[in-house]
Design a protein around this ligand. Structure first.
Ligand code: GDP
Length: 446
């Protein structure tokens, strides 16, 4: 989800990064691109404008922190503004501070995913929050709508109100509340009827049921794939019923993400849940922080800095990989590896991040780990070697080792240890060159 917007924004900030100082001209240029990216993602124009204005105001004249580049600072400002636009610290969990049963009313257009979302939320409440949930379909217009909910209820193992043919929506709602009370249910979910488009009759019916059932939550279900239409649908519903939150479905198919970005800004209603697939458990709570990170496609500033420094090393790494594949891995390469390790937070951290490397991490840990200080020692040993020795470690005889130990402030033992580590690593690299990562993982697992 959100790939295209995140790609665009990623490219824009790539341009900003790495500059010494950030000028107004740069900010303006980058923000022009951001605006285009937002509009292309189907974000409403006034929302995009407001967003850009906010970022600009904060970016120009902002104090640039010592530890980050100005470009990163702007990324952070954009990120924070995105979080705000997506709802900031809105409380997205449902509020049950009421005498049970608490009523959750689901509203939305036909085909938005309302019935599916009803069952998804019911399942979630029952499973995660241990609530006893009863679902009832008030949709007497669409043939088989009530049966559809009953079937979903069976799948999710959530109780549904028995169907009585011919009853009107208001009476079904009353019966559901009564059954909820008598049956000791914590939550009663009312799945109201949808329409293909908003009409007066639908709105009147929904307002009527709302008044009769006094829900703690009125959740509007909208289809993310309809983009700006989802936002205008939400506006219209909100004008008639007090919508407390939005469930945005089909986020799994929404590459542009504009609807999610505009929703909160335009309607004021927080997105509480997102539907991420057809399956009954394909529902996530909506987290603005996570979503903003995803839209920017860059995670937080810390990982951004890491990424930036890794990119510089990428060319080097490629060259090294080529050499390794040929079985050439000298002391200079080893020194490079050490430098990389230090940047990435030590050997343990790297191995922990790589799939299939769990066993190797254990090995390193058992050997006492490799901390930063030790890595620095190793680097010092290598830099005390002559160029010829680094290229051809076999040259290292007793007197050379002694000289190196003295030069690096270490002992001959430590020099020996490094030579051994180099040999082991170079063997491993050879295997890696032959079998690739999978080959090595297999070997370590075996
Ligand atoms: P209703 O008319 O609003 O009650 O819509 P339904 O609940 O019947 O859903 C219509 C279709 O959308 C069904 O085929 C659902 O499986 C599908 N659907 C619902 N939510 C999602 C979602 O989050 N992702 C995807 N991919 N499909 C969904």
């Amino acid at each position: 989800m959100f790939e295209s917007l995140s790609d665009r924004l990623g490219a824009i900030f790539e341009g900003l990064r790495g500059r010494g100082a950030l000028e107004e001209k740069d900010v303006n240029e980058a923000l022009r691109e951001v605006r285009i990216a937002l509009l292309e993602a189907d974000v409403a124009l006034p929302v995009a404008k407001e967003f850009i204005g906010k970022v600009k105001e904060r970016a120009i004249g902002a104090e640039v922190l010592r530890s980050v580049t100005p470009g990163q600072q702007v990324v952070k400002i954009v990120h924070d503004a995105l979080v705000e636009m997506l709802g900031g610290s809105d409380k997205t969990d449902l509020d049950f501070a009421t005498t049970p049963p608490a009523v959750i009313m689901m509203v939305g257009l036909q085909g938005s995913g309302k019935t599916t979302s009803t069952a998804k939320i019911a399942l979630r409440l029952q499973k995660r929050e241990k609530k006893k949930v009863l679902m009832a379909s008030l949709d007497t217009r669409r043939p088989a709508a009530q049966e559809q909910l009953a079937i979903l209820g069976e799948q999710a193992e959530v109780k549904t109100l028995p169907i009585i043919a011919g009853q009107n929506p208001r009476d079904i709602a009353k019966r559901a509340l009564e059954a909820g009370r008598l049956g000791g249910f914590d939550v009663v979910m009312l799945d109201t009827a949808g329409r293909l488009s908003i009409d007066e009759q639908l709105m009147a019916e929904i307002a009527d049921i709302h008044a009769a059932s006094d829900p703690i939550e009125t959740l509007l279900v909208v289809d993310a794939l309809t983009g700006q239409d989802a936002v205008s649908t939400a506006e219209k519903f909100k004008a008639r019923v007090p919508v407390s939150g939005v469930v945005m479905t089909r986020i799994d198919g929404d590459a542009r993400g504009g609807a999610a970005l505009s929703m909160r800004a335009v309607t004021g209603a927080p997105i509480k849940f997102v539907g991420v697939g057809e399956k009954i458990d394909a529902l996530d709570t909506f987290e603005p922080e996570r979503m903003a990170g995803r839209i920017l496609g860059m995670g937080d500033i810390v990982s951004l800095v890491e990424k930036a420094s890794l990119e510089i090393d990428e060319a080097k790494a490629k060259k090294a990989a080529k050499k390794m594949a040929k079985g050439e891995f000298d002391m200079d390469d080893l020194a490079d590896q050490f430098r990389q390790m230090r940047k990435m937070g030590g050997m343990g951290a790297i191995l922990g991040m790589m799939p299939g490397m769990g066993k190797m991490k254990k090995m390193v840990d058992q050997a006492g780990g490799l901390d930063d200080k030790e890595i620095l020692h190793q680097e010092a040993i290598i830099s005390s070697m002559t160029k010829a020795e680094r290229k051809k470690p076999a040259l290292l005889n007793a007197s050379r080792k002694k000289r190196i130990a003295k030069g690096s402030g270490t002992s001959v033992q430590q020099v020996n240890k490094l030579i051994k580590a180099h040999r082991q690593m170079s063997d491993m690299m050879k295997k890696l060159g032959k079998g690739g990562m999978k080959g090595m993982a297999k070997q370590l697992a075996g």
